[in-house]
Design a protein around this ligand. Sequence first.
Ligand code: NAG
Ligand code: NAG
Length: 378
Amino acid sequence: MAPTKLFISLMVFSFVNLVMLGILYKLTRTVQNRGTIQTSSRKRLLILNWDKGRSSSEHGMEGGCEMTTNRSRLLEADAVIFSHRSISHKDMPWKYERKSSQVYIWSTREAPGIIQRPSVPNAYREFDGGFFNWTYTLRHDSDVINIKFYRGDVLKTVSKGKKAVDDVIAKKKKLAIWIVSSCAGIKGNIRRLEVAMELEKAGLDLEKFGDCFDADRALAKDANLYDVISEYKFYLSFENSLHCKDYITEKFWRNGLLSDAVPLVWGPSKDDLLSIAPLDSFVFVEDFASSVDVVKYLKYLDSHDEEYRKLFRWREDATMTDEKMIEMTKSRYPHLTVFKKQNTNVCERLLDRKEPKVYESFTDWFINDNPLECVGRQ
Ligand SMILES: *[C@@H]1O[C@H](CO)[C@@H](O)[C@H](O)[C@H]1NC(C)=O
Ligand SMILES: *[C@@H]1O[C@H](CO)[C@@H](O)[C@H](O)[C@H]1NC(C)=O
């Protein structure tokens, strides 16, 4: 072959090759793309909510993960969530195979007393010995923190500024209100009713609503909680448990602060409350030596508008932020670990998981690692 001819055929050959390579490349890309899509959808983590009849995606579980309540997908699941509603059922997954990569999560926003009753003294013992990997509770030392309300969120929600506080105060017509539906069953329910009755006996002008009282004390079905509560100066934010770690519920947040009433608090320990609440936003029953002293103080606030108004100072400054309030709280209470919202989403935490973890004694963590009065143990 003449050199020119050879050159030309080489060129043609390479050209054809290049085109073929290009086509091949495109094909591969397409296949790879499909592959990636498949891989990423396969990699989307699956969270199985073991509670039957619950919506699969509850607060704090949403995010980039797939949620299901289909128990047939147990072995596919990256995490399985159990709560007090499902934990006592007989059909727990220990009957089946469990993969060591799976994270079994204890989830609740209840206090331990709700399960550890006198009738079921060792309700959780069978879950000792490594059943649970993580906890998802109100406690700030949980693996994921199961809170619905938080100082920073409340600061963003309420109206702020001098005018806003003027309006809040202008709405006040009555002194104190309590809406409560559980007053038996657990020790805390019984105790809180006693505390409230003692305050009444000491002269507190208290309006009571809910199932704990006579039928005519029921709130109208269509009653708007905010409309009802915001006319009162104080709301009795009484928990069903005493001094259980970080146990502060919607009774403080929704019925109190978010309803523009000052919470009169009984149940949590004071430091737990200070660490998450807006500064100077509540009155704390246990600060006083007696019921008479509590009532005296509330009556004093009732007749001294400027003093009552101080309990809204946290929202009087329209520029107040969570960060600012955290700093103010730290400087007022140097001993306190002031809580800043973090780690509240199960899905995010799963994506980020590193070392395996096991609760050897779940009972010791959830129940016994609380003061005696929390579940009323003797
Ligand atoms: C539950 O999951 C199984 C296994 O993936 C599937 O065959 C079944 O159709 C699912 N059931 C429902 C109600 O989605
Ligand atoms: C979960 O707990 C089981 C049983 O104790 C353990 O074998 C497993 O390694 C743990 N897995 C993770 C992901 O923490």
